[in-house]
Write a protein that binds this ligand. Structure first.
Ligand code: ZN
Length: 222
């Protein structure tokens, strides 16, 4: 169906925008503002049920076999509902995706992000938290109650505790507040890396926080 016919029928246009074509080319976007716009466009498609699933064909896979040039680094939760390529409607080779419960920037994750910055030089890092995060909820329960956290979960709680303690007693939902406080905390941790702070200064790297809404599918940038 042609564009005019789609409009006449009141159907959403699912044709690639010029901006999207840029992302699909061999020359990925180099400005953080452009990458943020691409991610917002992709998330809008996903949330409205008109995802295009780009860059997931065998041709793309073969193109990438010789090398990658992702245009964004993400630090997100390992939660099965919060896969960034799906939420932002991107594909293979687009997102250097770091995921761990509670989107924690520990030494290993920070090293992974430093590696990606040095090798691929993307202009944007997104720390992506989400609604009703299980890891943050566990940290809230550990801070507000007597429940011990078993096994290595205690390590997660130790990393998340400062975010929870910062918002205990504030108005609103404690877990939702702690999710946002944790995103801010992990961004500060990333900035404490001399290499990442240096990239922010000399290469205009931008580190953004974002929250995913499990109910609507929308990602809100903070
Ligand atoms: Zn989570």
């Amino acid at each position: 169906m042609h564009r005019r016919a789609l409009l006449a029928a009141g159907l959403p246009l699912a044709l690639p925008s010029p901006g999207f074509a840029q992302a699909a080319s061999a020359d990925p976007p180099r400005a953080a503002s452009r990458v943020l716009a691409l991610l917002a466009e992709g998330n809008r498609r996903f949330a409205e049920g008109r995802a295009r699933h780009p860059h997931q064909q065998p041709r793309r896979q073969h193109q990438l076999a010789a090398g990658q040039q992702p245009f964004v680094i993400t630090l997100g939760c390992a939660d099965s509902r919060v896969a960034p390529e799906i939420l932002f409607d991107q594909g293979l080779g687009d997102v250097f995706d770091n995921r761990v419960a509670g989107n924690i920037a520990d030494e290993v994750v920070t090293g992974s992000i430093e590696y990606a910055l040095e090798h691929f030089r993307p202009p944007l890092v997104v720390v992506l938290g989400h609604e009703r995060c299980g890891a943050v909820t566990a940290a809230v329960e550990a801070v507000t109650g007597p429940a011990p956290t078993l096994g290595h979960g205690g390590v997660l709680v130790r990393h998340l505790r400062p975010a929870v303690e910062k918002v205990v007693g504030r108005p609103g939902d404690l877990v939702a507040n702690a999710v946002r406080a944790n995103i801010a905390l992990q961004i500060r941790r990333l900035h404490s890396s001399p290499l990442i702070a240096g990239w922010a200064q000399t290469h205009r790297l931008h580190i953004a926080g974002a929250v995913y809404d499990l109910d609507t599918g929308n990602v809100s940038f903070m």
